[in-house]
Ligand binder design. Structure first.
Ligand code: NAP
Length: 275
């Protein structure tokens, strides 16, 4: 964004753990810079959950409006962007967080589940970006999408999720090339293991928590603010020359594979003594 008036950012998936962390990090960045920020926060549907989020953000001093739409539905992607424009004027940023994984091995994954996974995690970002494009052209704004380390490495048992997130990373690179000349930057972020309400059940088991932490070179599971800070950077002036990049925010876990090979120097496999 090249001007100093109010930033207006549409955040999908804002009711989720990572989305909420991103909203707070964006607000913190704007406060530190002394620049006004308006957030349009999106849920798949209107109702109490979205109302509670808007109230919570406003209580924290954030200028926020709620918008609703199922991003697996093309018409609702358009409507979501229109609602945001009506609530807060031109968009300086589109941050696409809405997404979900689901178990399903490829051998017997129903076609409907494959399609839904791609529609939610991949196609929606293209449709939202397309709807927001005229506005982003006016502001020379940015698009940031939340993919996953599962888009960089296969995740057996989650058939369509890894392919969908991999396609999302490529979609962002493609947008960066096609729309960069128009002044619109596009980047993605790949979170590693992040503790959110969605994943909390796993971390309630101490043994699983410890085994997961042991896999991460930084020794901890990530939190929503870790992703929020990355998105706050990518949507800021500080990243004005960053376009088509994928920022992996995983504490180093997805590069850890070679450390796990038995019989080699380095970290021994989890649960074994070093030789
Ligand atoms: N948590 C992790 O460890 C992790 C790791 C890597 C990547 N990610 C990615 O990070 C993103 C957020 O994850 P999270 O852990 O914060 O999950 P979450 O708490 O379940 O949040 C998911 C968000 O997506 C929205 N959403 C789901 N289906 C939608 C639809 N059809 N239309 C519109 N919005 C929809 C939900 O909105 P409503 O419920 O309000 O409808 C919710 O706000 C996802 O893209 C996920 O793939 C997460």
């Amino acid at each position: 964004m090249q001007h100093t008036e109010t930033e207006h950012i549409l955040v999908t998936g804002a009711t989720g753990g990572i989305g909420l962390g991103i909203c707070h990090a964006l607000a913190e960045r704007a406060r530190r810079a002394g620049s006004p920020l308006r957030l349009s926060v999106a849920s798949s549907r209107a109702g109490e959950r979205l109302d509670r989020l808007v109230a919570e953000l406003r209580t924290a001093g954030i200028d926020a409006d709620g918008v609703a739409g199922d991003v697996t539905n093309p018409a609702q992607c358009d409507a979501l962007v229109l609602q945001a424009l009506a609530a807060g004027g031109d968009l300086s940023g589109l941050v696409c967080v809405a997404g979900a994984s689901g178990p399903g091995a490829l051998a017997d994954l129903p076609v409907e589940q494959w399609d839904l996974t791609f529609h939610l995690n991949t196609r929606a970002v293209w449709l939202l970006a397309r709807a927001a494009r005229p506005s982003l052209l006016r502001t020379r704004g940015s698009i940031t999408a939340v993919a996953s380390m599962s888009g960089l490495h296969p995740h057996p048992g989650y058939g369509a999720y890894s392919p969908a997130k991999a396609a999302l990373v490529m979609l962002c690179r493609q947008l960066a090339q096609e729309w960069g000349p128009d002044g619109i930057r596009t980047n993605s972020v790949c979170p590693g293991m992040i503790r959110t309400p969605l994943t909390e059940a796993v971390y309630q088991d101490d043994a699983t928590l410890q085994r997961r932490e042991a896999l991460v070179p930084l020794g901890r599971i990530g939190c929503p603010d870790d992703i929020g800070q990355a998105v706050a950077y990518l949507t800021s002036e500080a990243a004005s020359y960053v376009n088509g990049m994928n920022l992996v925010v995983d504490g180093g876990v997805s590069d850890h594979m070679l450390c796990m090979i038995p019989g080699r120097p380095g970290k021994p496999p989890v649960g074994t003594q070093s030789a």
